[in-house]
Design a protein around this ligand. Structure first.
Ligand code: R5P
Length: 311
């Protein structure tokens, strides 16, 4: 028996996944005690069930993460046979190493907490780095939204386009995107000065008079996209930008930053339920088909090969 539960982080996405699986979301209650502590209760039996718990851990990251862990613990104690966390966006993934000497490696801590909460397996989409899989002792199925995003932009992308990775970390994603669309790839060499500000050292690849399609795993403050766009325009790119990202956090001044660019299209997935501003030409591509397909295959013990992120 398959059971699908959702935290509160992205209920519309969870509802769409449930409907594609011809099931419904299992009943659960989330409420706050007067002192602010969260209380969760799974209100129907999951005993013996192959249980899938959908919750992206985007902002508010700590609250969404704890909700996921608490729901997992509740399901485990209630006798779920196998527990799979479906985490379309994994928060803290960028804290995957110590940049200075005295910092935690939070991505590893999150993986350990997931294990401690009784999660047997995880599904994630376009992780910040594919190497994060190694932090998880449990199997982690790393899906990619790139084919879905590429299909969404394909019709409007001309032969003069160039796929651009706005930093080295996005190079694999951009390569995959370029391969699917048959386009060349350029890479912006970014330097991060702080959480909000970044600079550009140089661009590798031919971008002059080409129309850029900037591809990244996430847009947080928009600093990376802004810096890449400005560098591309200075380098003589055509001033009509398409930006594609798997995860639209759009925090801080992201909307202002993106609105100041000659942005023609911003294509993102619904991994996060962030309200997209009417000031941006946003197109949202749904992840429900991909996630429902993956859940269905896992439930039936079928291969996920064609859904896994390009390596
Ligand atoms: C960084 O390596 C990521 O791939 C993104 O480029 C970055 O995290 C986006 O953050 P922001 O929008 O704040 O520059």
């Amino acid at each position: 028996m398959l059971k699908l539960l959702a935290g509160s982080a992205n209920e519309p996405l969870a509802e769409s996944v449930a409907s594609r699986l011809s099931t419904r979301l299992a009943d659960r209650e989330l409420r706050r005690f007067p002192d602010g502590e969260l209380h969760v209760e799974v209100r129907e039996s999951v005993r013996g069930a192959d249980t899938y718990l959908l919750q992206p851990t985007g902002p508010p990251t700590d609250a969404n993460l704890l909700e996921l862990l608490m729901l997992a613990d509740a399901c485990r104690r209630a006798g779920a046979a196998r527990l799979t966390a479906v985490v379309p966006y994994l928060g803290y993934a960028r804290q995957d190493r110590r940049a200075t000497g005295r910092e935690p490696v939070v991505a590893r801590l999150v993986a350990d907490l997931a294990r401690a909460a009784g999660i047997d397996r995880a599904i994630a989409v376009d992780l910040h780095s594919a190497a994060l899989e190694g932090f998880f002792a449990m199997p982690l199925e790393h899906l990619s939204a790139v084919p879905t995003l590429a299909a969404a932009v394909q019709a409007q992308v001309g032969r003069d386009a160039v796929v651009v990775a706005p930093d080295l970390g996005a190079a694999r994603l951009a390569d995959y995107f370029g391969e699917l669309l048959g386009l060349p790839v350029a890479i912006v060499h970014k330097i991060r000065r702080s959480g909000q500000t970044v600079g550009v050292r140089r661009i590798t690849g031919d971008v002059q008079r080409r129309t850029p399609v900037i591809v990244d795993d996430m847009i947080s403050t928009g600093g990376t996209i802004e810096a890449a766009a400005q560098a591309l325009l200075t380098a003589g790119c055509s001033p009509t930008l398409t930006v594609v990202a798997s995860h639209a956090l759009l925090v801080g001044s992201a909307v202002d930053r993106l609105a100041s660019l000659p942005l023609q299209r911003l294509v993102v997935t619904d991994s996060l339920s962030s309200a997209c501003s009417g000031r941006l030409p946003v197109e949202v591509v749904g992840l429900a088909p991909l996630l429902a397909d993956a859940i269905g295959r896992l439930y039936r013990n079928e291969s996920l090969d064609s859904l896994i992120a390009h390596r």
